[in-house]
Design a protein around this ligand. Structure first.
Ligand code: LLP
Length: 380
């Protein structure tokens, strides 16, 4: 696909993020069609990619917005998301962020601690408002993913642990400016083993029982996001298997009459449509392999350095015989490496290299370290 756009890519300065909007639309169509089968609601997790053309597609697909900062709430609303379709999560919401979201009358705050509930009640009272909340519960389910992106274990900072729930309910009775409307879960990201979600359903069903036995009706259940993508074979799996994913929840999640089920997908919607395009600056001999030194580095895509993540690397311009390269960036850190011993066609200065599956948690996690400029983005 990218080779078709080579001429256009060559006209731009690198490093460059290139987004395939047609693929994004197909992905969103698949996700929204499969979710609609069960009347499921999807909130797009802006943290994966908050670029405005991407948000426009999410809005068009009928998704709401899942935000984790005041600025994300603002970005969503400024880009046309209705406040009633915006949810706001995070363990450390500041007073200013909470006040802004209260003023906007967002759908729901996903609350992560007793202390947060007390402060939210205080701030809502000061404005004469009632804040709708879902309790983010830590279900202690292992997501079998990288430890930095696991969030649903008791050792993680996220959510309220089961043993604290009784006292949370007692606290809520004393907080008149808070209305409990749901429960929320998110156990981690890049989950490729669907049985993990089955385990989540089992736990959610148990928690539902617990609330029902206390005569509490929940208007919605939010099961978070986390569906993984195929970083190894992006072309074979450009669109994740949303049919299997939503079908599994339909099979295993018990839903009460009138209750809504919400999802917060990020990566699975945007990862494959984005590619980091970079130019080869230098080739340098190493002991066992050559180094291909790119003009993109960990400042543009930090995932390999931070999580040892694999991203497929392709040389878009060379068709020579393959050789082995360590593909590295220009940043003054040894961890600034996109891949070791990567087989690529013989690579030379000026070749264009594509780092695939970079649409999620790529551009949004860019930094200005080494006083680097922000990379441009184009939409194909
Ligand atoms: N909901 C909540 C509460 C979350 O914390 C997250 C992601 C999502 C939804 C969306 O999850 P997704 O569908 O994208 O897996 N920077 C890391 C990923 C961090 C994910 C943080 N939370 C990476 O590059 O792999």
């Amino acid at each position: 696909m990218l080779k078709q756009h080579l001429q256009e890519l060559q006209q731009h300065d690198t490093p460059l993020y290139a987004y395939n909007l047609e693929l994004l639309r197909q992905t969103l169509k698949s996700a929204s069609t499969e979710a609609a089968k069960y009347n499921y609601h999807v909130h797009y997790a802006l943290k994966a990619n908050a670029n405005e053309p991407i948000l426009a597609e999410m809005l068009h697909a009928g998704f709401g917005a899942d935000c984790v900062s005041g600025n994300e709430v603002k970005r969503a609303i400024e880009n046309g998301f209705k406040p009633e379709n915006v949810v706001f999560a995070g363990v450390g919401k500041s007073d200013a962020e909470i006040n802004y979201a209260l003023e906007q009358d967002i759908f729901c705050f996903n609350c992560e601690s007793k202390h947060e509930l007390e402060i939210l009640n205080e701030l809502a009272a000061a404005k004469g408002k009632t804040a709708r909340i879902a309790l983010r519960i830590n279900p202690n389910v292992n997501a079998n993913t990288h430890k930095y992106i696991t969030t649903g274990l008791e050792e993680n900072k996220f959510g309220i642990n089961a043993w604290e729930l009784e006292s949370v309910l007692n606290l809520l009775k004393t907080l008149p400016n808070i209305e409990l409307i749901g429960i929320h879960f998110h156990i981690g990201s890049q989950i490729t083993d669907l049985t993990v979600f089955k385990n989540l359903c089992t736990r959610v069903n148990e928690f539902q029982e617990w609330f029902v036995s206390r005569n509490i009706t929940l208007q919605h259940i939010n099961v978070g996001g986390g569906l993984g993508v195929d970083y190894y074979n992006p072309d074979a799996n450009l669109i994740p298997d949303f049919e299997a994913y939503f079908g599994l929840f339909n099979q295993f999640l018990e839903v009460r009459p009138g209750q809504e089920v919400h999802f917060e997908l990020g990566r699975s919607l945007v990862a494959q449509c984005g590619t980091l395009i970079s130019k080869v600056l230098y080739i340098k001999k190493g002991i066992t392999t050559n180094f291909a030194i790119l003009d993109a580095g960990m400042t543009e895509l930090i995932r390999p350095a931070l999580y040892q993540s694999y991203h497929k690397i392709e040389n878009l311009t060379s068709e020579k015989a393959e050789e082995r390269y360590d593909v590295v960036g220009p940043i003054c850190e040894s961890s600034d490496c996109f891949g070791k011993a990567v087989m690529l066609p013989e690579t030379n200065r000026g070749d264009l290299v594509a780092i695939r599956t970079a649409g999620a948690y790529g551009e949004v996690m860019a930094s200005g370290y080494n006083l680097r400029e922000k990379a441009n983005a184009i939409y194909l």
